[in-house]
Design a protein around this ligand. Structure first.
Ligand code: 13P
Length: 337
């Protein structure tokens, strides 16, 4: 059937399908230098380029990673960085059939006129930056904006988040990068799961309205939603079955089946929760590939095992493989704790 012609359309569809392949998901290691610094501080390391390189090298050279991981999202520094042996990180990924991705947004700033909410910067110069990232081997992109439930969300904040994501998605596709569309609905707050569902439906309906208005090819995007859960401070926790039911209901109401992959963020869930929730969502067939794009839920144990010591690298890599394999099984609906 006809699909909007663009110089990269076929390649975008192919890239998105490769990333959304059975039993695989995304390793998100695109922490900004500031956020990476916090992770390193948690094990007593200074936030130097050498320490960031050592940590990313540990992750990206893990033998066998490509069996469970189809894409890795990098921060700009890592896209251009080499291993200590002088090999491009991008080539380490390609050798394992892992698609390199790049975080392209420029972070959150206060949104004037809103209820103390924020908006995401980065559209200025995005086309030329995206073309350059493509030339350096990136084939997909990520833009994370956030929506806060306790702060409203205001109609203004939702509209700005949705419009920014849609402009970014159109520009990414125009430059050969599959856009990951990520309006993260923050976990903070004591609201119920029903309230999260209501907000998520509102946010995704606006996102798809503007994606369509911007002529984005749905077959060439990936989504990165938050799971629908109660707020982190809500009195009751939801079981994986409940999270799966609410999250899939939201997706079925709002996301066309033309979208190939839904790659969830972990958003502060524990490693085990993130795996069990994903597994619950894959107990029956879905219209899309339902998988993971976790940062914290794939890295917490790795950092603890590493402690910045060369003699711990193999143990840390084994711990990454263990989480990656667990989530791979969860993608197939075959994980048991
Ligand atoms: P978490 O899985 O730690 O939420 O991070 C995913 C991510 O990349 C957020 O943009």
């Amino acid at each position: 059937l006809p699909i909007r012609a663009g110089s990269y359309t076929d390649e975008l569809v192919k890239t998105a399908k490769t990333i959304a392949s059975p039993g695989r998901g995304i390793l998100a290691i695109d922490e900004s230098n500031a956020t990476c610094g916090k992770r390193l501080a948690s094990i007593g390391l200074d936030n130097t380029e050498t320490n960031r390189q050592a940590y990313r090298q540990l992750l990206l050279t893990t033998p066998g990673l490509g069996e469970y991981i189809s894409g890795a999202i990098l921060f700009e520094e890592t896209l251009y960085q080499l291993t200590t042996d002088g090999k491009k990180f991008v080539d380490c990924l390609r050798d394992q059939n892992i698609v390199p991705g790049i975080k392209v947004d420029k972070g959150l700033v206060p949104l004037p006129g809103s209820n103390n909410e924020s908006w995401c910067q980065g559209l200025d110069g995005l086309a030329s930056r995206s073309a350059e990232y493509y030339n350096h081997g990136a084939r997909f992109a990520k833009w994370r904006t956030v929506v806060s439930i306790p702060s409203g969300p205001s109609a203004l904040a939702v509209k700005e988040a949705a419009w920014g994501l849609a402009r970014y998605a159109a520009i990414s596709q125009d430059n050969g990068l599959v856009p990951i569309v990520e309006p993260e609905i923050l976990l903070d707050g004591d609201h119920s799961i029903e309230r999260t569902l209501e907000v998520a439906e509102k946010v995704w309906s606006e996102v798809f309205f503007y994606l369509a208005e911007n002529n984005v090819v749905f077959e060439g995007i990936l989504l990165k939603p938050s799971m629908v859960t109660p707020g982190a401070e809500h009195k009751e926790k939801a079981s994986p079955e409940t999270v799966a039911k609410y999250t899939l209901t939201m997706l079925k109401r709002r996301v066309p089946p033309a979208v190939p992959g839904i790659m969830f963020l972990s958003g502060g869930q524990s490693e085990m929760e993130a795996t069990l929730n994903l597994n619950a969502m894959n107990q029956a067939p879905n219209p899309w590939h339902v998988s993971f794009s976790y940062a914290r839920a794939l890295q917490n144990s790795v950092l603890k095992a590493w402690q910045g010591l060369p003699e711990n690298v193999v143990a840390a890599q084994n711990s990454l493989l263990e989480r990656a394999k667990a989530n791979s099984l969860a993608q197939l609906g075959k994980y048991s704790a």
